[in-house]
Design a protein around this ligand. Sequence first.
Ligand SMILES: [Zn+2]
Ligand SMILES: [Zn+2]
Length: 380
Amino acid sequence: MNPLEEALKIKEQIIAWRRDFHMHPELGYEEERTSQIVEEHLKEWGYKIKRVGTGIIAEIGNGTKTIALRADMDALPIQEENDVPYKSRIPGKMHACGHDAHTAMLLGTAKIIAQHVDELPNKVRLVFQPAEEGGNGALKMIEGGALENVNAIFGIHVWRNLPSGVIGIRDGPLMAGVGKFDVKIIGKGGHGALPHETIDPMPIAAQAILAFQTIISRNLNPLESGVISVGVIKGGNAFNIISGEVEMSGTYRFFNTETKDLIEKRINEVLKGLTSAYGASYELKVEEIGPPTINDPKMAELVKTIAKRMGLNVVEAKKTMGAEDFAFYLQKVPGAFIFLGTKNEAKGIIHPHHHPKFDVDEEILHLGTALEVGLAFETL
Ligand SMILES: [Zn+2]
Ligand SMILES: [Zn+2]
């Protein structure tokens, strides 16, 4: 069985699935239609199905080892601005990260595996998960048994930072861990003309935002990576009134526990020091949303070997401060997260993930399928 040949045979089918999913995007935990279509096909092809909400765990084959392959199915609350025949038909919703492609590729993989189940040396578990975009759907799938008896897990993300068709793989840390912080600075409101009778939280908030940046530039070892971004600031109702409170929210990114702990500790210390200096007080809520995505070196090597054997162009993926809930699977079992390049300047496919003009180069989707099939047939 030649995975690439098999994938080429159903190339148009994979594209058709992708277009159908693209036209009907569904947000996290609302993937009713998408999962229905996936389930119908999988049943028809002989898979054993377990439903986890809008997620699906499907299994096929015999053998002592189980290899899991994962696709995410959710879309984003973005109005599509592409003028293409397969444009989203749902206002305000769009597959702007490529999860439509992931679902279509894994569906293609499912079909090929089912056709060659007699040659399959392992059990294969397919995980079609909901809510990757901030919903931590991976955790729900793990609670639902997605990783039970699994020996290795792989997932592919179409990637617009790599040229179309190029496979990006890396051992060790690949994507960052992500946290969220919510801050409330509590002062004392009053008249805008009488600041001496108030405790103005605005200058404190302004200083805090700048001081947060020194956590990265002055506290973190320059050879380590971290990010702090304040994305929300809210306070005040009128131009001539000093507000009693200011609220801020932001995200922080890290590749290891030391950096995570340092950022969380210093955010608190900065707020404590600044508010105490000005006689204000503060509330801080810090929440780790997900860990870093760390590929197992052996599994990354396996991906490289299989991709090269297929004649694919393999490069070392660059680390990114973006985050992925695939990280949760990799905390439990060895595996690898793989990038599949989809940037194609000639076709105008250049826009970043989560952009209203994001698109994928459909000509290369079958390569993702071929790689997944290759991994499924590799005895661990
Ligand atoms: Zn995304
Ligand atoms: Zn994504």
